[in-house]
Design a binder for this molecule. Structure first.
Ligand code: ACO
Length: 454
């Protein structure tokens, strides 16, 4: 077979802007050869030793793009927020291990850590909590929006619409906005998202809204807004407050997952913070991402309802023609046990011991995990439970309906989204995100007038 003559690079003239030089000096180079031309690509090393090849000038220099469907081998930014070691199951938020944060910190402290870069002092936490309290109420006109959603509207639909609506009520952050105003906007969003989440639940069950109160901490306030009612006494237990804090911390950030990348993508166009967060909420909703916590419970319920034996569930998960996946299993980055799932499983066991998780769903979950981990097909693919496998069972034990599970995930992920949005805006190497493609459609076609088309 004769090889076609190599094409001339599409961009013989350097029409494209050179990618900004990386902040770190390259420690080595990777060589790429094409059409007899050679390109030395800088190899950068992160603080945990992971290496990336900087291909930002590939198109400019050689006239070709890197093809990476689903971005499986692509780093889209440099970031100092979160480190995930997928091979060893380690997760650090701003350098702190997730286990330490879940055990010792509150969600408000972790939110501060993500947004400000380090854990707060007593004084800083107190000021942050004050701001969260001051900005927790919703504008009266926004409260009226809830009345127009139909019965049974999914709370994620309401949440995403309400978050983007905040942009019509509150000023957006500009590049020159001062730190104080940024802090107010950030706390406003953290605080109001919680109120919107609780109101969307109250609306869905036809009960009056319960306003936030200065008497409660962040998580206690949320539980109170969810479960307080004019006709029944409710006081969140210390155990439930502690568990909710832990679960929100587990969700707080996870580097460049689909929703965070959506926030960065929309943010790169210069869109306002509320629009970016709303995009993140929509991306999170999908069952392959944050929507998996609802999907796990629905899967377990179905297994129990239809009395499907565990081996049959695994057989279907392995069958490529079936379309069924074991929800709450597998992860793009973790090829071992997700450290967040380990913490969630421990909370789950605690609730089982206390008799707060009873019945077949918890038992089936444990049986499924055990069977999948012992199955060579799952072992070869390094499929382990992810954070969503056990969190739904816990939320259920706390009294949350399954439609609220992904909303809770969004509430937890919000500080991470905000931190990435801030980092992206401050990073001089970030430009509008505009991935490429390689075109496989028809070549030039002659236009046929409508009367002559068949
Ligand atoms: N059940 C059955 N098979 C699975 C599962 C699963 N849950 N997850 C992955 N696999 C299989 C794939 O079919 C593939 O098999 P193959 O190599 O024979 O083709 C192999 O394992 C690799 O999986 P990919 O789909 O290529 O992995 P990817 O990184 O693209 O997807 C994802 C990751 C979306 C999380 C996937 O594992 C999945 O769908 N899991 C179920 C949904 C879920 O729990 N999502 C929550 C993720 S955590 C989070 O977002 C917070």
């Amino acid at each position: 077979m004769t090889k076609k003559p190599a094409r001339k690079p599409a961009s013989a003239k350097p029409a494209r802007k050179a990618a900004k030089a990386p902040a770190e000096a390259a420690t080595e180079t990777a060589r790429l050869e094409l059409d007899g031309r050679r390109l030395d690509l800088p190899v950068l090393t992160g603080t945990q030793g992971e290496r990336v090849i900087h291909v930002g000038n590939l198109r400019r220099e050689l006239g070709v793009s890197a093809y990476d469907p689903a971005l499986a081998s692509t780093a889209v930014c440099r970031s100092g927020i979160t480190y995930v070691d997928g091979a060893n199951g380690r997760l650090l938020l701003r350098g702190y291990p997730i286990e330490d944060l879940a055990q010792h910190a509150t969600f408000v402290e972790v939110a501060y850590l993500l947004v400000h870069g380090d854990l707060p002092t007593l004084e800083q936490r107190s000021r942050f909590s004050d701001l969260l309290n001051q900005h927790s109420m919703l504008h009266e006109n926004m409260r009226n929006f809830f009345g127009n959603y139909p019965e049974g509207a999914h709370p994620m639909a309401v949440l995403s619409a309400m978050v983007v609506s905040l942009s019509s009520f509150y000023p957006e952050i500009k590049l020159d906005t001062d730190r104080e105003e940024i802090d107010i906007t950030v706390t406003r969003l953290l605080s109001k998202l919680r109120t919107i989440a609780a109101f969307s639940y109250k609306k869905s069950i036809g009960e009056p809204f319960i306003d936030p109160s200065h008497r409660y901490s962040y998580c206690e306030n949320f539980l109170n807004m969810m479960f307080q009612s004019p006709v029944s006494r409710y006081a969140a237990s210390a155990e439930d407050v502690a568990i909710l804090n832990k679960l929100l911390i587990l969700h707080a950030d996870h580097e460049q997952n689909a929703s965070t990348t959506a926030v960065r993508m929309v943010g790169s166009t210069g869109a306002n913070l509320y629009a970016c967060i709303s995009a993140g909420v929509c991306a999170l909703w999908g069952p392959l991402h944050g929507g998996a916590n609802q999907a796990v419970i629905e899967m377990l319920e179905r297994i129990v309802r239809e009395k499907i034996p565990v081996p049959e569930v695994l057989r279907r998960a392995k069958d490529k023609t079936d379309g069924f996946r074991l929800m709450g299993f597998g992860h793009r980055i973790y090829k071992t046990y997700d450290p967040r799932a380990r913490i969630a499983k421990a909370i789950c066991s605690q609730l089982v011991r206390k008799g707060r998780i009873t019945g077949p769903l918890g038992e089936i979950a444990l049986e499924l995990e055990e069977a999948a981990l012992a199955d060579p097909w799952f072992q070869e693919r390094h499929l382990y439970p992810n954070v969503d496998f056990y969190t739904g069972l816990i939320y259920r034990a706390l009294g949350f309906p399954k439609e609220m599970f992904t909303v809770l995930f969004a509430l937890g992920r919000l500080p991470g989204w905000i931190a990435h949005w801030q980092e992206m805006r401050a990073d001089p190497s970030q430009r509008i995100m505009r991935p490429g493609q390689y075109y496989v459609g028809p070549s030039r076609l002659p236009y046929v007038p409508i009367a002559k088309r068949r």
